[in-house]
Design a protein around this ligand. Structure first.
Ligand SMILES: [Fe+2]
Length: 252
C-alpha cells in the first residue's frame, strides 16, 4: 500500500485471483477503498475468484456478484467496461483457458473430465457452461470491447488473467515432473485470444497473471509481461506507458 501511495498511479488494475472467497468480496473492496479511496481502479476476475468452496454457487452467479460489488465501490469491471483515456484503451478479460496449451498427444475431453485431479478449478468451479464455451465467451467479449472503442484510440493495452501468448509457456521448474507440468498447462492459457490480439496493430501491451512466474518480452511488435504473484508472495507491476514509451518495474 505504501508503494501505491508513493507512486500515485493513474490506475490500479487488479489482474485476477484477487479474493479467493467470493463471499468476502465486499469486505475486500471495503478494506481496499479505506486505504486507497481515490485512485481509479479496474478489475478482472481470476479463476480463484470464481471458486465455490461450498460447491453451491455457480461460476456465473459469482461473476455477477463481483460485477455488482465492483459498482458499489467505484471499481470498473474491466471485462464489460473498457476504459478510454485519451488515445489509450484499457481492456481486459479473465480469458479462461481453452486447452490450447495442452500437450499435443493429450485428449481435451480427458483433460476436462479429469481436471479435478490436476487443478482445483475442477473441484470448486460449479457451472453448466463448459470451459471451451466460457473461454469463447471471454474472447468474444474482449474482441467486441476492442472493436467498439478502437477507432478513437492509437494504443490498446490488454489485461488478461490467463496468459494468451505462446512465448509465456515456460519449461518445468527444477524438480517438477515434466509430464505433469505440461498436462497442467492445459488449464493455464488461451492462445486463441493472443492470436487475435496480435492481428491488431494498435495492441501494444498485454499483461497477464495466473501462472505464478514473472516473464516479459516481445511477441511480434507487442510487449508482454506476466505478473509473478505467488501464494504468500505477492507481486505488482508498476507500468509506465506514455506515447509509446514503456517501462515496467516489478515489485515483489
Ligand atoms: Fe489464476
Amino acid at each position: 500500500m505504501y508503494l501505491i501511495k508513493a507512486y500515485e498511479p493513474d490506475y490500479i488494475i487488479f489482474g485476477g485471483d484477487n479474493c479467493e472467497r467470493w463471499e468476502y468480496t465486499s469486505q475486500f473492496f471495503s478494506l481496499y477503498r479505506r486505504e486507497i479511496p481515490n485512485i481509479k481502479t479496474a478489475l478482472i476476475p481470476g479463476n480463484h475468484d470464481l471458486w465455490s468452496y461450498h460447491k453451491d454457487t455457480k461460476r456465473e452467479a459469482i461473476y455477477d456478484h463481483i460485477r455488482k460489488t465492483c459498482k458499489e465501490y467505484d471499481i470498473t469491471f474491466l471485462e464489460e467496461n473498457p476504459i478510454v483515456d485519451g488515445k489509450i484503451l484499457l481492456c481486459g478479460t479473465i480469458g479462461w483457458y481453452d486447452y490450447s496449451a495442452k500437450p499435443e498427444a493429450e485428449n481435451t475431453e480427458f483433460l476436462i473430465v479429469n481436471k479435478g485431479t490436476m487443478n482445483n478449478d475442477g473441484n470448486y468451479i460449479i457451472s453448466d457452461i463448459g470451459d471451451l464455451e466460457f473461454a469463447e465467451q471471454c474472447k468474444k467479449r474482449l474482441l467486441k470491447n476492442i472493436r467498439a472503442n478502437q477507432k478513437n484510440v492509437s494504443d490498446i493495452l490488454v489485461f488478461t488473467h490467463v496468459p494468451v501468448l505462446k512465448e509465456t509457456l515456460a519449461p518445468p521448474p527444477y524438480g517438477k515432473n515434466a509430464r505433469e507440468w505440461y498436462m497442467s498447462n492445459s488449464y493455464f492459457y488461451n492462445f486463441s485470444i493472443g492470436k487475435e490480439l496480435l492481428k491488431n496493430k494498435k495492441v501494444k501491451l498485454i499483461i497477464s497473471g495466473h501462472v505464478h512466474r514473472y516473464m516479459s518480452g516481445m511477441s511480434k511488435n507487442v510487449h508482454y509481461a506476466v505478473c509473478g504473484s505467488d501464494y504468500g508472495e505477492p507481486e505488482a507491476l508498476f507500468i509506465d506507458y506514455d506515447d509509446g514509451f514503456l517501462n515496467i518495474d516489478r515489485v515483489e
